[in-house]
Design a protein around this ligand. Structure first.
Ligand code: URA
Length: 198
């Protein structure tokens, strides 16, 4: 098993490989690869869909409007971004913020798989249907799987949540609304994470 230094250096190697990637046409359109960031020895990982315009410019995941909302959601239960790891299924921005294609997802998959292998998280929170369907290999809509626990390879538990950009389009906080459900979901993530650390 790798110590922290070993994990950091392996993650740097994977990142270097990813930054050079030209496997799919998205590489021709990117300003920067958005590899992911955070703690490499964390139990808790968040996986989104693909970088948007702001992420493409800054080279960091979830730094645009949806990202700022994600940061707030995490902060609302006392989770700081630097104690978890945040990345996306696809590391380069799809044009006009369209969903990544299944081919793009599968070409980028080895990078996410390698990141997961280095981090060995106990919990992966998938944000939105693209990452949920890519990781869990299912076709169910996010509305029917969010807020449920799934057992994944290596004893990792996967917990789907709504994507924050969906919440930017759904402002209601009424009981049962996507924002209300997300509040329930993030509290569940925090509870499960705390239980692991006890
Ligand atoms: N949406 C995502 O899925 N990922 C990001 O990094 C930003 C927006």
């Amino acid at each position: 098993m790798l110590d922290l230094e070993g994990r950091l250096s392996l993650m740097e190697e994977i990142k270097a490989e990813c930054l050079k990637c030209k496997r799919c046409p998205l590489s021709q359109l990117r300003t920067q690869v958005v590899f992911g960031e955070g703690k490499v020895n964390t139990e808790l990982m968040f996986v989104g869909e693909a970088p948007g315009a702001e992420e493409d410019v800054q080279g960091k995941p979830f730094v645009g409007k949806a990202g700022q909302l994600l940061t707030k959601i995490l902060q609302s239960v006392g989770i700081s971004r630097d104690e978890v790891y945040i990345t996306n299924v696809v590391k380069c921005r799809p044009p006009n913020n369209r969903n990544p294609t299944p081919e793009e997802v599968s070409m980028c998959w080895p990078f996410l798989e390698a990141q997961i292998a280095v981090i060995r998280p106990k919990i992966i929170v998938t944000l939105g249907s693209v990452s949920t369907q890519a990781i869990l290999k299912l076709k169910d809509p996010i509305t029917s799987v969010r807020g449920k626990w799934f057992e994944w390879i290596g004893g990792i538990r996967v917990f789907p949540m709504f994507h924050p950009s969906f919440l930017l389009r759904n402002l209601s906080r009424e009981k049962g609304s996507p924002r209300w459900l997300t509040w329930e979901d993030i509290k569940e993530v925090k509870r499960a994470w705390q239980e692991l650390r006890r």
